[in-house]
Design a protein around this ligand. Sequence first.
Ligand code: NAP
Length: 251
Amino acid sequence: MRILILGGTREARELAHIASGERGFEIVSSLAGRVRAPLLPEGAVRVGGFGGADGLRAWIADNDVAAVVDATHPFAAAISANAAVAVRDSGVPLVRLRRPSWPQRPGDRWVRVPDLVAAVEATAALGERVFLTIGRQGVDAFARLERQWFLIRAIDPPEGPMPPRHEILLARGPFVLEDESRLIAERRIDVLVTKDSGGDQTEAKLAAARLAGIPVVVVDRPSLPEGATVVETVAQAMDWLDETRIDRGCT
Ligand code: NAP
């Protein structure tokens, strides 16, 4: 039974690892091809866009895919929407594996915003020395903030316009509290900006901000496709795959 995992996350790699060769599953993982040196999952991997929902639908049919796990990042809204459209009326089941949001804890000074445009406004009002941890995409939205200084952290360098006063820090998580606290102190950061990505790989910055007493601009997640079946953990995705296999009579 061939399973397509839409990936680019740690959960997608874990699922590919657990499900590969297990109980009759054949896993194909798909990556967008954004990161220059991606961490590769176990099993077959294809790289690059499908060409919208129609392209994805054709790929699923041409490759005899029996089920799709959308394990992309919580902010990868376009591919999730495409997946929902691609499987519609096809009989191919789809599940969205989306890790839980980060919980706000006592002492946190969070300002929740709906999107990056609102994040720029909030950041301008909250601080002068910004730790921008939204990844490579979306940095251009902050380009018009000329007064603030930015520490921009991403795996690969951002492209396009950038705030004029900045330092780029290329790094891939996991990050630990001690290092995050040191960064905040050494760069004299007074506001942190993050997406509500969830997960333990990059959570330490939130604790570091809490300890430093600085505000955090938290960008809310985009909404899920209507009617999506959602699981939050790799174990739940594995259970869904097992149930799907039984439903299809593959034992
Ligand atoms: P997106 O905005 O939802 O997708 C834009 C386009 O990229 C899609 O329409 C699709 O192109 C292609 N694409 C995205 N994910 C793909 C995948 N797994 N396999 C094949 N094509 C894919 O996505 P994004 O936010 O740019 O994220 C791209 C990738 O980076 C995803 O795999 C995601 O899991 C990972 N990632 C994203 C973030 C983030 O903050 N957004 C953070 C960490 C990792 P076509 O329409 O041509 O098919």
